[in-house]
Design a binder for this molecule. Structure first.
Ligand SMILES: *Cc1c(COP(=O)(O)O)cnc(C)c1O
Length: 397
């Protein structure tokens, strides 16, 4: 089978909308365009029915009840709503929040803003494998702590935090536990009861749904979690998130969740097989190549490699018919290389020369072979030209 160029292998950044998701959404742009809040006619009822069906699909995927699902514009908003919402609602109880250094910016910058308003935030360190230390988490808890916010799977290195154990610690200390699960929901099992999760952020576009739609799970029982709204208005979503519902988007998120529930097990197996194939094809042919983050606790489709002796930007340019992400500075707005890799203790030069491969539902074996060949060729060519590589090479006896 011939492959189409460029090859998309950046599925931790976003995913293509699954054709089945698009088909489910289309009628809600045209003949079923009603406002889900219109109570007086068929147009409104149809839209509301579709929204409630979708709410059921989202809930089922994470073992929640439909009334615990609040639709938002995506995981960024869900993280803001969860953290700011708890900070405000529980202010009388305390003003200390615990999170960790490799969270998505939507969590880190939300916490930073709360610090400006007088909240105290502890940022737990991670080990070389990307995971937090549970003892350190226990030690960080104070009588003033109101919230623990730890992501499930990391977007750069795919590291999966031990959320079930974190949930237990949170319960023992009666803390609210928020999880940014944008990368894990739909790819690995998430169960808000087993994992002791009180608030959970979901994004549709990471699971083959559309961009601009997501959800926040808000526990209603044992304990009933309160959050203050950040968007006020007509009182939609039980007052937690006002604004006319994005019905086509919600239908898309629901369909994406329905598909994930059915296909997750096989899909994870397939993604892991392709990832192992990619890893073997590159590592067997290149030396001085290191894996960033845990291989044991990792999202099935994620691989993050650093290539000693090459510049990340030169590498990306060399493989310009392959869409992947780099931990290098030039791909981001800041001058710093990936803060996630730096937090693992990856040296600056190796953080600059890192590539994140995100294998997804629509990647084929042929694409994996192609990407491996292109990477190996390009790294070899750049190293042949590079004095850095000569320096990094172990000295021959
Ligand atoms: C993509 C992502 C987000 C942001 O989600 P949006 O829906 O794009 O706002 C938050 N956290 C993680 C871990 C992500 O991967």
């Amino acid at each position: 089978m011939a492959i189409q160029l460029p090859v998309y292998m950046d599925n931790q950044a976003t995913t293509a909308v699954d054709p089945r998701v698009l088909d489910a959404m289309l009628p809600y742009f045209t003949e079923k365009f009603g406002n889900a809040a219109s109570r007086n006619h068929e147009f409104g009822w149809k839209a509301e029915e579709a929204v409630e069906t979708a709410r059921g699909h989202v809930a089922r995927l994470i073992h929640a009840t439909p009334r615990e699902i609040i639709f938002t514009s995506g995981a960024t908003e869900s993280n803001n709503l969860a953290i700011k919402g708890v900070a405000e609602a529980y202010h009388a109880k305390g003003s200390h929040i615990i999170t960790q250094v490799t969270e998505h910016k939507a969590v880190l910058d939300t916490c930073k803003r709360l610090q400006k308003y007088g909240y105290e935030v502890t940022y737990l360190a991670v080990a070389k494998d990307g995971l937090i230390d549970l003892e350190e988490l226990r030690r960080a808890i104070t009588p003033k702590t109101i919230l623990i916010s730890i992501m499930h799977a990391n977007n750069e290195i795919g590291a999966i935090q031990p959320i079930e154990e974190i949930g237990k610690i949170a319960k023992q200390h009666k803390m609210i536990f928020h999880v940014d699960a944008a990368q894990s929901v739909g790819k690995i099992p998430v169960d808000v009861h087993r994992d002791g999760i009180d608030l959970l952020s979901i994004s549709a576009h990471k699971i083959y749904g559309p961009k601009g739609i997501g959800a926040l799970y808000v526990r209603r029982k044992d304990p009933r979690v309160e959050i203050s709204a950040i968007i006020d208005g007509g009182g939609h979503e039980r007052g937690m998130r006002s604004g006319t519902l994005n019905v086509p988007g919600i239908v898309g998120l629901g369909k994406a969740c329905e598909i994930c529930l059915k296909e997750m097990a096989q899909e994870a197996e397939r993604a892991a097989r392709l990832r192992e194939k990619l890893k073997a094809a590159i590592l067997s042919r290149l030396d001085q190549t290191s894996i960033n983050g845990s291989m044991q606790h990792r999202l099935p489709g994620n691989l993050n490699l650093s290539f000693a002796g090459v510049e990340g930007d030169a590498l990306l340019m060399g493989i310009n018919d392959v869409a992947v992400s780099s931990g290098s500075a030039c791909t981001s707005a800041t001058l710093e290389p990936s803060y996630v890799l730096r937090a693992l203790g990856v040296p600056e030069d190796l953080a600059h020369s890192s590539i994140r491969f995100g294998i997804g539902r629509f990647n084929s074996d042929e694409e994996v072979d192609y990407v491996a060949d292109r990477v190996v060729e390009t790294v070899q060519r750049l190293r042949d030209l590079s004095p850095l590589y000569e320096a990094a090479k172990p000295h021959s006896p």
